[in-house]
Design a protein around this ligand. Structure first.
Ligand code: SF4
Length: 855
């Protein structure tokens, strides 16, 4: 059992014992990998790349892969105060005890967090300072296409698709470890693997302006080529994914249906660095969907792709997926749809189960500017789609735009305002309930795109344009959101910079920059202050425009796209000429596709879909018959005390879906399972007897159900009894004003035990003393003699146990904080106090009453 401070936000995110976590032995020969994410648990657990690599690595019996996320600032402070190193979730192993730590680089603003995580994990931040006992620090992900700002800190970068290369790396490092090969030699071996960039082997000379003047790579190669997997169907994809205990940002099962994008929008880095477009076969997607939902119990799934609407037969895929999941009320979402790919049938399909959100990305306000970025939609298409969505019953449409695009003029900003206003007018005409949100971000010309030669707009220009839009779009039912201008500015610096940024990042990490991607954590003042220690023109050198022949810092990486092609695309952009999407047939336009090696655009074969799909009935209660129920008595103990009530409800629902419990659902736009819990158990509290009643559409065997549910519930939630029956109209739960609790204090020795026991006796002998309980700035008087009775005080070698009756308490006063307050008054530390509800009593303390629960 884990001890976590209850004072931190969402302690359950540090548990690491989620459903589907693999259990492995820690044999001596095991190669131990920590997959690290420089952001919080909820963000990292939403990331599909991490799930893929975790599954692949743990598929090997000789590798144990664990996860490490950035603790929130409160937990970080707690760890510092208690001298605790950053450790893995699964086995709580400190980071420096792993063989390899692999970071996923998703966002440049997380770089200082990455360095702080290394420091917290007691790993030297500079690669050159690491010795034979330190882990290998690797990094991959989209930001690795410009690895240079992190070149001082990362031993090797993984460029491109990771599915196969991750095992090649593990094998290489394991072999070197087992053979006792030194670090330099091991790095040489690593560098031989296709797609691995070892910055130490690349000499990059910088000029006084902070820009590279010469690159000398290892083995005569200036650039390292990206690893490209030809066929997604030949790659593993996880279905038994770890189900987070607390809601992740994307709390659903996701299937990657395609990688890359056909469209070639010039601003979009992902559209270039994941080329060519490759689809996962329809039959494979449907199989993964079925297995993934069965293995996780999610009620929502999404089909991931940069442009889901381009997926071959997307309408049919959606239709079959919706049909197959209608009875279990699973909702399907397609997060990235191009406006022109949305058909009324698709909108109807998505609507069938639940209305998930709708987002449309016009990106720019005028046709000229949309042509510059090669976004192939016109205003009519945008407005018609918005109208269809509102008429289909949605009440909110989000529109995404960028400011600062190359060649942007005042009329483009005015065009943006006009387009949003038209969308808003149409929304309100259809219903006064309808709302439009315009999300406006700042464009950063990213490496390996046609705009890599462009400069980025200045902070002042960002603010000016934001203010203009803000002023013009003040209307009821219209929300405008944007990114902090300084956040975008520094993101631009890090995305487009080179090795001179290393020391700047180190200083930021030293001075406490942490979780800067979170607007409430980002301190623009700190970034500014640290930047003043450096030559600003050097560290911001990437923001200025580049000469046609310039050597970019990211020239150490070859993503497969020819520089000439990018330059031609840039010239077409300046002429506002749109380029066509990738063609169906053979093509050598950008240089990525190569028929001889099999790296080409791959479309899925649609005939594989089985059409023998019967539309099942939606799970609603039948008229006239009294609903069936399953009443379940359960306990919530141990690690589960860190799981909040809503997360516990979610865990029960997911377990019920996995156990195929035929839950009845409410009617309406957002059907919800019909479930009732006895009462919320406060965070930190344990309970030996709680009740949940599921309303069902069909009878079930309660014994089988108890077994099945127990199999799928997280550690600490245990079903004791399950009883089938019919829902009675008057059915309710016992509510007790007085409850009985067991309080356990961990003690180190007899002296400490004696202190706790005498404090308990003093509290007990307080008679009818009145204490003041602080609550939301007020003090609530609580008469102890009326609400607290200590039944038993006992000490054991490591524990002191009290059995107490508490209640009825004044409104807002909770038993656990009250007990903690009383013991803190006695100058005792109560961090480790456990409080377990063991039953309810129908009378007030001191009177004979009807007891329930486990004694
Ligand atoms: S070579 Fe042609 S088809 Fe292949 S990714 Fe480039 S533009 Fe698309």
């Amino acid at each position: 059992m884990i001890d976590l401070p209850l004072s931190v936000r969402m302690p359950a995110r540090y548990l690491g014992n989620e459903v589907n976590v693999p259990v492995k032995s820690l044999d001596k020969g095991m190669f131990r990998v920590a997959l690290a994410f420089a952001d919080t648990y909820e963000v990292g657990m939403s990331h599909i790349g991490m799930k893929i690599l975790y599954d692949i690595l743990n598929g090997r019996p000789d590798i144990f892969c664990e996860r490490v996320f950035a603790p929130w600032t409160d937990m970080m402070r707690y760890m510092r105060e208690h001298g605790l190193p950053l450790a893995s979730l699964e086995t709580k192993t400190p980071l420096n005890r792993f063989d390899m730590v692999g970071f996923s680089l998703q966002y440049e603003m997380s770089y200082p967090t990455l360095l702080t995580m290394l420091k917290m994990g007691e790993i030297p931040r500079h690669a050159r300072k690491r010795g034979s006992r330190d882990p290998w620090v690797l990094a991959g992900g989209p930001c690795a296409v410009n690895p240079e700002p992190l070149a001082d800190f990362i031993d090797a970068f993984v460029i491109g698709d990771g599915e196969r290369v991750v095992l090649e790396i593990a094998d290489c490092l394991k072999r070197s470890r087992d053979e006792g090969i030194d670090r330099d030699k091991t790095l040489e071996r690593l560098a031989e693997i296709e797609g691995i960039y070892v910055p130490g082997f690349h000499e990059v000379n910088y000029g006084g302006d902070g820009r590279p003047v010469k690159i000398r790579g290892s083995g005569g190669k200036k650039a390292v080529s990206r690893r490209i997997e030809k066929d997604l169907d030949a790659l593993p994809f996880p279905t038994r994914v770890v189900v987070p205990v607390v809601r992740a940002v994307h709390d659903r099962y996701a299937v990657e249906i395609a990688r890359g994008c056909l469209q070639g929008c010039r601003f979009c880095q992902a559209g270039f660095i994941y080329r060519p477009y490759r689809e996962r076969g329809v039959a494979n997607v449907l199989r993964l969907l079925k297995e993934g939902l069965e293995e996780t119990g999610y009620s929502e799934c999404s089909f991931l792709s940069l442009s889901a609407g381009d997926y071959s037969e997307v309408s049919r895929l959606l239709e079959v997926a919706v049909e197959r999941n209608l009875s279990s009320m699973v909702s399907i979402s397609l997060p990235s749809l191009r406006v022109t790919s949305l058909t009324p049938e698709m909108i109807e399909g998505i609507k069938k189960i639940r209305k998930t959100g709708f987002t449309i990305a016009p990106e720019a306000g005028t046709q000229r500017l949309r042509n510059v970025i090669s976004k192939k939609i016109d205003e009519d298409e945008i407005l018609t789609t918005i109208e269809t969505i509102f008429r289909a019953g949605w009440h909110l449409v989000k529109l995404y735009f960028m400011i600062g695009l190359p060649t942007e003029r005042q009329e483009d900003i005015e065009g943006l305002v006009e387009l949003v206003t038209k969308a808003w007018r149409m929304a309100r005409k259809i219903s006064r309930k309808n709302e439009v949100t315009a999300s406006v971000s700042t464009f950063i010309p990213k490496p390996h795109t046609p705009f890599q030669w462009c400069g980025m707009i200045s902070l002042e220009e960002i603010r000016e344009r934001q203010n203009y839009i803000r002023r013009k779009l003040r209307r009821r039912g219209l929300k405008v959101k944007w990114h902090d201008a300084r956040l975008s500015y520094w993101e631009g610096v890090l995305s487009r910079g080179g090795r001179p940024l290393g020391e700047f990042l180190y200083r930021l990490s030293e001075e406490g920059a942490y979780l800067d991607g979170w607007t409430d954590q980002f301190s623009g003042d700190l970034w500014e202050r640290i930047s003043n220690e450096f030559d600003l023109s050097v560290i911001t050198s990437g923001l200025r425009p580049w000469d046609p022949e310039a050597i970019f810092p990211w020239d150490v990486i070859d993503v497969g796209i020819e520089r000439d092609y990018l330059w031609r695309e840039y010239q077409s952009a300046l002429e506002a000429a749109v380029s066509p999407p990738c063609p169906e047939g053979p093509c050598r336009r950008c240089g990525v596709c190569d028929a001889s090696s099999g790296v080409t655009v791959r479309r899925s074969a649609s005939k594989a879909i089985s059409r023998e799909v019967k539309l099942p009935e939606a799970r609603q209660l039948r008229d006239g018959t009294p609903p069936q129920t399953l009443e379940v008595v359960f306990m919530k103990v141990g690690d589960a005390r860190y799981v909040g009530h809503l997360d516990m409800v979610r865990a029960f629902l997911m377990a019920a879906r996995r156990a195929r419990l035929p839950m009845a659902y409410s009617q309406g736009f957002h059907p919800a399972p019909k479930v009732r819990f006895s009462s919320p158990i406060p965070l930190g509290m344990e309970s030996l007897r709680e009740v949940v009643v599921f309303t069902l559409t069909d009878p079930v065997d309660p014994v089988q159900m108890k077994k099945a549910l127990n199999l799928f519930l997280p550690k600490g939630l245990r079903i004791l009894k399950a009883k089938a029956g019919f829902l009675k109209r008057s059915e309710g739960f016992d509510t007790f004003k007085v409850s009985k609790y067991m309080c356990l204090f961990r003690v180190f020795d007899a002296r400490e035990a004696a202190l706790v026991m005498s404090a308990a006796r003093r509290i007990l002998s307080g008679g009818f003393e009145e204490v003041l309980f602080p609550l939301k700035g007020e003090e609530i008087p609580v008469s102890l003699g009326n609400v607290l009775k200590i039944e038993e005080i006992n000490s054991y070698p490591r524990w002191v146990k009290l059995i107490v009756q508490i209640g009825p308490l004044p409104k807002g006063v909770r038993p656990m904080p009250l007990m903690k307050m009383l013991f803190e008054r006695e100058k005792l530390r109560v961090d480790s106090m456990r409080m377990i509800k063991i039953g309810g009593i129908s009378q007030t303390p001191g009177e004979p009453g009807r007891g329930t629960g486990h004694e």
